[in-house]
Design a protein around this ligand. Structure first.
Ligand code: MSP
Length: 656
């Protein structure tokens, strides 16, 4: 097992506002990497926390009539509580108002000064409080507004200490050059290089016009200065390991990755490495900059009232489903739009149909043919080609994760699930068992179990609880040891017995959050329906009333209705409406039924449930597939529901 050290960080979040999905996104990526690093046996330290100093925070507290520290305490707690609620596996939650942090920042200031990188001068410039950044006049929009956030800047003229950033231009360029993947995605690295090549000014690193910040070390004897909030904040990555105080965790440095949003890349990819060079410290291995989440194409902001609250989403749709969605939906580095439709589709399709249904198929098949027993020792005898295909996909995964290509990681991880689902369709265990191919059928179940086990292990960092539940059903626990055995050494699963269980991903039918777009769609639908109803009413007046044709009892009995059990269920690819079912109605073989109910039921939830089947319909072909029956259902304006027996009945019982 590898014993590398992995130090993984999120940005520390400003306490001027509560968390939104952008914050949750960074934290979830970092948590996933940290969990994976731990699972592969790496000694891991995962840091998050809050950034509490600076003019912006001071003003936010004032605006709410609160004392600054009390205000910072309050908001910092909301972040910590949220991460605890989200089961974020951080090792330390740092606050820049922590005494140890402040000591560490002062120590760094002294060291940079000793190195000759800090000098005192006076400064005149345009300062954006929202971005906590000075901008040269040339960069301002209309001579006044911040080029980053668009807010008005103010002219600041004050005495200041400066960091000789200009002296690090060449060294920074050499670092980018020698480390092609120091900034990920790589396209972002080019942006940074172009910026540095444009020339760097020295950086003002103290302020005198307010005092909510870390004071200079006492021997500077300059009490009116507080440190620039970005110097203070960036230093958290070192002080959290004990820099300047108790250095017991300093061997985690350098960071494996600092995860950040693209808006704060310049601070992390230019200032931070320059500070570290000044301190003679090694540089981080990667800086991973993700894109922005928007809402229906717009930037999220309080004034627009379109900020997505991560807790609300997780409560409504499930925390792990939300994690999966965020990581799968958007290529790392690109911007993503948050839409509930997309989230629901991912849950119903990727998670419900591809993953959840596969587990249910295994439980159904093993239960029906082998009293729940699953043995995997003969898998390679019959299904080596499938195993090879699965292993080829799995081998590509780890590098993708540490290059932050999480969407590709998850996409590739779904291929083995396709292999498994296809194998069932191709080998048709219900036929094999009838033909007496017991060993092959057992091995097929073993193959499905093996694929589920491998996928769960590789998915564990993204969906810890769900995958633990799956592996429990497969008779083992997810640990670094089981990872080593099953993923690294390709060991065979020990025999186990399955049991019936609730679906892991019940189909989601309706949006549970108030979403403006969905509201609009709903209104449109209502309008359409109202129009339709009005039209119907009109037609009714112009047509003779339609009577219901009466039939005799004999005619009714011409229809053969039977109780059936769905023993196989899957989606028909490329069809919005159809599910392909195998329904046991007490005959030699299950009937194949193609049912137009996919919008209302997932394959997963239908499996092993009873239905009412019209058993003497002439077979029909739907999308090229033979259908040998029909399910009874009722549909009204709220949707469709199947008609089922009130209590389970013997399969094949006639309905009269
Ligand atoms: N305090 C600084 C970071 C200091 S790190 C030494 C800061 N804080 S922040 O709270 O404003 O933002 C923290 C992170 O959230 C940033 O990485 C930022 O990119 C991210 N996001 C804020 N809004 C976002 C979205 N709408 N979408 C995705 N991430 C966004 O900056």
């Amino acid at each position: 097992m590898s014993c590398h050290k992995s130090y993984i960080t999120t940005p520390i979040y400003y306490v001027n506002d509560v968390a939104h999905i952008g914050h949750a996104y960074t934290t979830i990526i970092a948590d996933t990497l940290a969990r994976y690093a731990r699972l592969i046996g790496q000694d891991t330290f995962f840091l998050t926390g809050t950034d509490e100093h600076g003019q912006k925070i001071e003003e936010a507290a004032k605006a709410r009539g609160k004392e600054t520290q009390a205000y910072a305490d309050e908001i910092s707690k909301t972040f910590k509580d949220l991460w605890d609620d989200f089961d974020i596996s951080y090792d330390k939650f740092i606050r820049t108002t922590d005494a140890d942090h402040k000591k560490g920042v002062q120590k760094a200031f002294t060291a940079m000064h000793k190195k000759g990188d800090i000098y005192k001068d006076s400064y005149q410039g345009h300062y954006c409080i929202s971005c906590e950044t000075f901008f040269p006049e040339l960069q301002l929009v209309d001579g006044e507004f911040c080029p980053d956030c668009g807010k008005a800047t103010s002219v600041v003229e004050e005495e200041s200490y400066f960091f000789k950033l200009s002296a690090y231009e060449d060294k920074l360029l050499a670092w980018y050059d020698a480390n092609p993947d120091c900034i990920l995605p790589k396209s972002k690295r080019n942006e940074v290089i172009r910026f540095v090549e444009g020339g760097l000014n020295d950086l003002s690193i103290t302020r005198t016009s307010f005092d909510w910040g870390v004071k200079l070390p006492e021997d500077f004897n300059d009490p009116k200065h507080v440190m620039y909030v970005w110097l203070d904040a960036l230093m958290n990555y070192l002080t959290a390991l004990g820099y300047g105080t108790d250095e017991k965790n300093m061997d985690f440095w350098p960071a494996r990755v600092h995860l950040i949003g693209k808006d704060i890349l310049r601070f992390h990819a230019i200032y931070w490495p320059a500070f570290l060079m000044s301190l003679d410290m090694p540089l981080p291995k990667h800086i991973g900059a993700h894109g922005w989440w928007t809402r229906n194409g717009e930037k999220m902001s309080k004034s627009k009232g379109n900020v997505v609250n991560p807790k609300e989403v997780a409560d409504a749709y499930g925390l792990e489903n939300f994690r999966y969605f965020m990581l799968r939906e958007v290529p790392f580095g690109g911007d993503g739009d948050f839409s509930q439709r997309a989230l629901i589709d991912r849950i119903n399709s990727d998670l419900g149909n591809d993953l959840g249904n596969l587990l249910n198929r295994l439980i159904g098949m093993s239960g029906k043919y082998f009293e729940g027993r699953v043995e995997s020792d003969l898998v390679s005898k019959y299904y080596q080609a499938e195993l090879d295909e699965v292993d080829a996909s799995l081998a590509k995964l780890e590098p993708m994760l540490f290059e932050m290509q999480l969407h590709r990681y998850l996409e590739e991880l779904w291929r083995p699930l396709t292999v498994a689902n296809k194998a069932i369709d191709m080998y048709q265990p219900w036929t094999m068992i009838k033909e007496g191919k017991t060993e092959e059928t057992m091995a097929l179940n073993g193959l499905i179990a093996t694929i589920l086990a491998k996928v769960s292990l590789m998915l564990h960092a993204v969906m810890p609880q769900t995958t633990s539940t799956i592996c429990e059903a497969l008779g083992f626990e997810i640990t670094p040891e089981s990872f080593e055995e099953i993923i690294r050494n390709g060991e065979t699963l020990a025999p186990f017995t399955t049991q019936k269980r609730e679906p892991l991903f019940p189909r989601i039918e309706e949006e549970l959050l108030v979403d403006e777009r969905q509201e609009i769609l709903k209104k449109e639908k209502e309008e359409k329906e109202a129009k339709k109803a009005a039209q119907k009413e009109k037609n009714k007046d112009s047509k003779p009333a339609e009577g219901i044709a009466l039939i005799g009892i004999d005619q009714f009995f011409e229809t053969s209705l039977k109780i059936g059990m769905v023993v196989e269920a899957e989606e028909v690819p490329k069809s919005k409406k159809l599910l392909l079912l195998q329904v046991d109605i007490g005959e030699d073989e299950p009937r194949q039924v193609v049912a137009g109910i996919k919008e209302f039921y997932s394959a997963e939830e239908l499996l092993n449930t009873q239905v009412c089947v019209v058993a003497n319909l002439k077979p029909a072909k739907l999308m090229g597939m033979k259908s040998e029956g029909m399910l009874l259902a009722a549909k009204d304006k709220d949707g469709l529901c199947l008609i089922r027996p009130e209590k389970p009945k013997t399969i094949g019982t006639p309905i009269s």
